[in-house]
Design a protein around this ligand. Structure first.
Ligand SMILES: C[S@@+](CC[C@H](N)C(=O)[O-])C[C@H]1O[C@@H](n2cnc3c(N)ncnc32)[C@H](O)[C@@H]1O
Length: 326
């Protein structure tokens, strides 16, 4: 309480005593004498304080009601009851996948700092997408160190509190059994048909603008581990090479786990481009691209292009060109 209010109260006490003898109360309980002694400001404070005291029970009652309401809200959020809280509902529907996705950060020394920064952003994207996925994977970052770790420390200190991720300084070969590993690489002659939930799929943590073409394929062969490329060619007619960015590969894997269908997974994740085609729809697309020719922008040479499957609305989580960089 402020000094003024304290003073006002002690004055009020003495005035009350006086009024007991004088019997000279006004209708609101103030004494005539007291009113004369108190300044206007003090009287105002005193009244405020009296009101606060009078309403004590009312406030208590309201607190009780709010508590009761919260309890009722919690009960109606229980599974089986209708709920308006979509965040809670989404969290409950999450079924983690046993599939492991490893981002292999052992290429740190091959990258310029600007590409390390891009890789960092791609990894942040992978982390965020996995956290909100209905079937999140067991996410691993291996061989974390060097420029990448420095960049993470400098620009996103929060990474040390990341949840549901295993971060290791060790190489993936020391973390996962050799026979469980499948290196994802566009240079592999093997094409992924399905995902095996018992496997750990490795993505090369590299932004190299194809300066180190085939490097991950060579590494996988040297280590004698399985390798495979995504079945892009079966669903997407590429007008450029089919090397994707780390986050796109990661998101395609998440989308496949959700939809159980490669075609849908590709079209959900990869940015749609006008004039490009889904395999089997070349005729339709060439008509569309003729009419759209004036709007057609230069293609990013690192990005596969495609048209959405007929009747499908393509929602893309892609937000910036930078995230596409390979
Ligand atoms: C930008 S690429 C790196 C390209 C690098 N020159 C290489 O040899 O892998 C990033 C990673 O995404 C994965 N990746 C990209 N496109 C892929 C595809 N079509 N199929 C399978 N994995 C792919 C690979 O793991 C690759 O290392």
């Amino acid at each position: 309480m402020s000094d003024d209010a304290t003073k006002a109260m002690s004055l009020e006490e003495s005035n009350t005593k006086k009024s007991d003898t004088a019997h000279d109360s006004s209708p609101n309980g103030e004494t005539q004498e007291g009113n004369q002694t108190l300044s206007k400001r003090q009287r105002k404070k005193l009244l405020k304080h009296q009101k606060w005291e009078e309403e004590r029970d009312l406030r208590k009652q309201k607190r009780k009601e709010r508590k009761q309401q919260r309890r009722l809200d919690r009960v109606s959020d229980e599974p089986g009851e209708g709920t308006t809280n979509s965040r809670k509902r989404l969290r409950r529907e999450v079924t983690p996948s046993s599939l492991r996705l490893v981002v292999d950060c052992s290429f740190d020394e091959l990258m310029l700092i600007k590409d390390v920064r891009k890789l960092h952003r791609q990894i942040q994207r992978c982390y965020a997408e996995n956290r909100r996925a209905p079937h999140p994977v067991q996410f691993y970052l291996t061989s974390l160190g060097g420029q990448l770790k420095q960049n993470m420390d400098d620009h996103d200190k929060g990474w040390v509190n990341w949840k549901d991720i295993t971060i290791k300084t060790e190489h993936y070969i020391e973390v996962v059994g050799k026979e469980e590993l499948v290196y994802l690489t566009s240079d592999s002659p093997n094409v992924l048909a399905e995902l095996d939930p018992t496997k750990a799929y490795v993505i090369g943590g590299l932004v190299d603008h194809n300066h180190h073409k085939g490097i991950t394929f060579e590494r996988a062969k040297e280590l004698g581990i399985e390798h495979a490329q995504l079945p892009l060619s079966s669903f997407v007619k590429m007008n450029s090479r089919k090397v994707l960015a780390v986050n796109h590969v990661f998101e395609i894997m998440l989308a496949y786990l959700e939809k159980g269908n490669w075609r849908e997974a590709f079209f959900t994740v990869l940015p749609p481009r006008k004039g490009a085609v889904a395999v089997g729809q070349e005729d339709q697309a060439s008509q569309d691209s003729d009419s759209d020719a004036s709007e057609h922008h230069a293609q990013d040479s690192t990005t596969p292009t495609m048209a959405p499957p007929e009747g499908n609305h393509v929602e893309t989580s892609h937000t910036s060109k930078e995230e596409e960089e390979t």
